[in-house]
Design a protein around this ligand. Structure first.
Ligand SMILES: [Zn+2]
Length: 472
């Protein structure tokens, strides 16, 4: 699929372009997400796409657009560390503005149907300011066993395959190697070793036949989704892995494999063990492995869906809404018993998540938002995920840390680290209220600054109006 990028035709009509974007924000309150400190009455000078200067007594140079902050709160732009924006030819056209109106100025794509060169072209156009959108990290080089869980994956069935695949991934310029569920253990271990020889992080799923402890020992850098943490807190982990290994070794079909995996929730609930969990989480924390929980995915199974006329529903294309509304085999198959079990599993995941955070395991806020994943929304779902973290027991500051400070540091960006300081890329969100007291203020930013371009409330409203009219 060679996509046609008309991405953000919107930009030309409704929005300021970067050439005219040198900006001077006055009277803002800087929020330090790491320490919780507030600095009132600051001015911020933005030149091109960088923060050029910060201080109390700055004066605006000639030619800079001046924005009166009125004491509003300035935080670093948000990151969603697990999304898929390339699951259809035109998905970025909707996804990018949805991120911006929600204050998300950075995303990590974790698996795509577009060819890498087309992804890189969009990434370069965003970096150059030709397309208005969040900063893009391309980590979707997913590697699975034949035949592959999704179309277009890299395939590896032996350690030799794994090494050859990593050679290609490195040559193509991906930011990471992503392991996927069906890899066998020897192939997975070779994948980890080859990735690290290229200095590429290994991120992704812990394969269904691999223990979390094995992945820690292999130096896996990032883990996608949360279920495997709760599973590793269960004394039944090894037994469950053995069951999967056995059916897969017998060449069972996918349905049989999924049936075995579906039985795992009950075993986890029955054998989850506090002492084992403490020990496992201490190991996980010491390893430095980052976890992208995507807890908001559970909303799909619990039927926590927005009303059909909710603005977020009306902002996505009609054909996507239609596809989401079609009967889903995963939901059709749910009996009351399965539903109760799912609810218990979700509650256990959330308890385990709080323990994981308190054990010092670094968390990257993430959602799995994609047109391919029903009722997960670009932008909106990241705010839902952060609300969930607070509901579970993190402070608003701790939740914000997972979306502002942790991601750019994990990605190794040289010009972004979740602080607001000279030299950093000007990706910022200006808020009416103090977000350390409540995250509710994130839902309607006063301004979003992306790559140095200031989108004030009027520009954000114009983006929303365009999304609503395109969704009709
Ligand atoms: Zn995903």
């Amino acid at each position: 699929m060679r996509p046609f990028i008309y991405s953000i035709a919107i930009a030309a009509s409704a929005l300021p372009d970067r050439a005219a974007s040198d900006a001077f924000l006055t009277n803002v309150t800087l929020v330090d997400i790491e320490t919780g400190a507030l600095s009132e009455g600051q001015s911020v000078l933005i030149e091109d796409n960088r923060i050029a200067d910060i201080g109390r007594d700055l004066s605006a140079p000639i030619g800079f657009s001046r924005y009166e902050g009125g004491g509003a709160y300035l935080i670093p732009g948000l990151w969603d560390s697990h999304v898929h924006i390339f699951s259809s030819a035109t998905e970025p056209d909707t996804a990018l503005p949805l991120y911006l109106i929600n204050g998300v100025t950075g995303i990590r794509d974790m698996g795509a149907l577009w060819p890498i060169d087309a992804q890189q072209e969009l990434q370069a156009r965003i970096e150059a300011g030709e397309v208005l959108g969040p900063r893009l990290i391309l980590s979707g080089a997913w590697v699975d066993a034949t035949p592959g869980s999704w179309p277009g994956m890299f395939l590896a069935d032996t350690p030799e395959d794994a090494r050859a695949v990593v050679d290609r991934i490195a040559a193509e310029g991906w930011a990471a190697v992503k392991s996927y569920s069906m890899l066998d253990e020897p192939t997975y271990l070779a994948l980890a070793e080859a990735a690290h020889e290229y200095d590429l992080p290994l991120v992704g799923h812990i394969p269904e036949r691999v223990a979390l402890g094995t992945a820690i020992d292999a130096g896996q850098d990032g883990m996608e989704h949360f279920g495997r943490v709760a599973m590793a807190c269960a004394t039944g982990e090894e037994r469950m892995l053995e069951d999967v290994r056995r059916v897969m070794a017998n060449g069972a079909d996918q349905a049989a494999i999924f049936e075995v995996m579906a039985g795992q929730n009950r075993v986890i609930l029955e054998t989850w063990d506090q002492a084992l969990c403490d020990e496992m989480l201490a190991r996980l924390a010491a390893s430095g492995m980052h976890v992208s929980p995507t807890l908001v995915v559970a909303d799909f199974y619990t039927g926590n869906w927005p009303a059909p006329d909710a603005p977020r529903m009306r902002m996505i294309p009609a054909e996507v809404r239609e596809a989401w509304g079609r009967p889903d085999f995963r939901l059709e198959a749910m009996t009351d018993e399965v539903r109760d079990l799912a609810a218990e599993s979700i509650a256990l995941d959330r308890r385990t998540f709080l323990m994981t955070h308190r054990a010092g395991v670094p968390i990257l806020a993430s959602t799995d938002a994609s047109f391919a994943n029903p009722y997960l929304f670009h932008g909106f779902s990241l705010l839902d995920e952060l609300d969930l973290y607070v509901e579970i027991g993190l402070t608003p500051r701790e939740a914000l840390y997972t979306a502002t400070v942790a991601p750019p540091r994990f990605f190794g960006l040289s010009d972004q680290d979740g602080t607001i300081a000279p030299g950093r890329q000007a990706d910022l969100v200006l808020l009416d209220a103090n977000p350390l007291e409540s995250l509710a203020t994130l839902r309607r930013p006063r301004a979003v600054i992306v790559g140095g371009v200031v989108l004030d409330r009027a520009a954000l409203d114009a983006l929303e109006a365009t999304l609503l009219s395109e969704g009709e």
